[in-house]
Design a binder for this molecule. Structure first.
Ligand SMILES: *Cc1c(COP(=O)(O)O)cnc(C)c1O
Length: 402
């Protein structure tokens, strides 16, 4: 009883109805939560992933589960992808993607500034597998062209990137990758499918941390890889099922529930972020605000072209960031001083450049360091603007910055 031509409906209708199937026995209108790890098998059921077929009955939750399946279907419709594979976390999706697309002797180009755990993973563990990684400022197409080699199999970007909100032109990088027979993966967690649909711009894989905007409520870790069926079917069989980073059906159910309001939430995230950014930009203690929706963002033109919604992430710098952290932690009443992002609550965190450059970002050129400094300086506050009333978020920041 799922809606046949769901793709022709609006974003909010898709968010509510796509993928969901009322229970045929109870006729429950909301998706069922199926926590069972195993399912009653037929006498001739096999025991190997190799023999697993698309339309088989459910066998074991690591191989597939009806609640997780409904989530995957909904995410695929929202991203306009043929297929989706859910994971226990964003990082678990990223690891599966890297191990699936790269083998010993291969080369990959990875954004020099990206989510810290991905940066650390590609600084150390992945090169230990004899996979060569080149870190590149992917906002500069020429740097990518210069780094690409005969054995380059993957280009991996984040746009806007964490934590400095630098953008990469997806269509341009996709064409560079495909000219050389490489694949393009885009971590689109900060943008979300409401803003940008990388697959339609030529990307081969899209990754989201469902923990952020898609789940949206700060109560469930999750991740997803989206792409063409032909590319994802072997990934599910060979990698996802064997690495075992399986999403809990309970988390899938929470994220499904969060997704019902996803486009509505993104509208308010953007509306609030624009107001907060405008407030911060005129505040005497604030040196700089970076938000793709502000004309002052160095890539605002690209943001206008590539993002239908500027999302809710912004960063700002103050004169003495390290001291200001203590003041803000003491004085903030509504905004939580905490990592993560994309939740209904506003979250603020200070990113100290010195620390990050030591632990997460290893630049090989002065140009890369300059790019970091341009955006981040000695450190920056990353603010995930939540869904509280914009006036209350602004008052909270105002009294705390005094
Ligand atoms: C949070 C995040 C991740 C990792 O996701 P988890 O769900 O925390 O594992 C990856 N990429 C980006 C851009 C993120 O913000």
């Amino acid at each position: 009883m799922s809606i046949k031509n769901i793709a022709s409906f609006g974003e909010q209708t898709k968010a509510i109805h796509a993928g969901e199937v009322p229970d045929p026995v109870t006729r429950a209108s909301s998706p069922n939560l199926v926590m069972s790890t195993t399912f009653i098998a037929d006498a001739d059921s096999g025991f190997s992933v190799e023999g697993l077929h698309e339309n088989d009955n459910w066998i074991y939750t690591r191989w597939g589960n009806p609640t997780i399946h409904q989530l995957e279907q909904k995410l695929a419709v929202l991203e306009e992808a043929e297929s989706a594979i859910a994971f226990a976390s964003g990082m678990s999706a990223i690891v599966a993607l890297l191990l699936h697309t790269l083998k010993a002797g291969d080369h990959a180009i990875v954004s020099d500034i990206a989510y810290a755990a991905l940066s650390e993973l590609t600084n150390e563990m992945i090169p230990d597998l004899n996979i060569e990684i080149t870190k590149v400022n992917t906002s500069d197409a020429n740097s990518i062209r210069a780094a690409i080699k005969a054995n380059t199999k993957l280009i991996y970007i984040e746009t806007p990137c964490n934590p400095i909100l630098r953008l990469t032109d997806i269509a341009e990088v996709a064409s560079i990758a495909h000219e050389k027979g490489a694949k393009l993966a885009v971590d689109s967690t900060f943008a979300t499918p409401v803003a940008t649909k990388p697959l339609l711009l030529g990307a081969d894989f899209v990754i989201h941390s469902l923990t952020k905007y898609l789940g949206g409520h700060g109560d469930a870790l999750g991740g997803v890889i989206l792409g063409n069926h032909e590319v994802l079917a072997p990934l599910r069989k060979k990698t996802s099922i064997r690495l075992g980073g399986t999403l809990s059906p309970f988390n899938a159910w929470l994220i499904l529930r969060g997704l019902a309001t996803f486009p509505i939430r993104m509208r308010v995230h953007e509306e609030n972020a624009l107001k907060v950014a405008a407030f911060l930009e005129q505040h005497p203690k604030v040196k700089r605000v970076i938000y793709p929706g502000l004309p002052s963002h160095p890539q605002h033109e690209l943001a206008r072209r590539q993002m239908k919604n500027y999302s809710g992430m912004l960063t700002f710098q103050v004169e003495n960031g390290k001291e200001m952290v203590h003041q803000l932690v003491d004085k903030l009443k509504i905004i939580h001083y905490a990592v993560s992002l994309g939740h209904q609550r506003s979250l603020l965190y200070y990113m100290n450049s010195k620390e990050l450059l030591k632990t997460s970002f290893h630049f090989s050129s002065q140009e890369q360091l300059n790019s970091w400094n341009t955006f981040a300086g000695e450190g920056l506050f990353r603010l995930s603007v939540g869904l509280e009333d914009a006036e209350d978020i602004i008052s909270d920041l105002k009294q705390a910055l005094e």
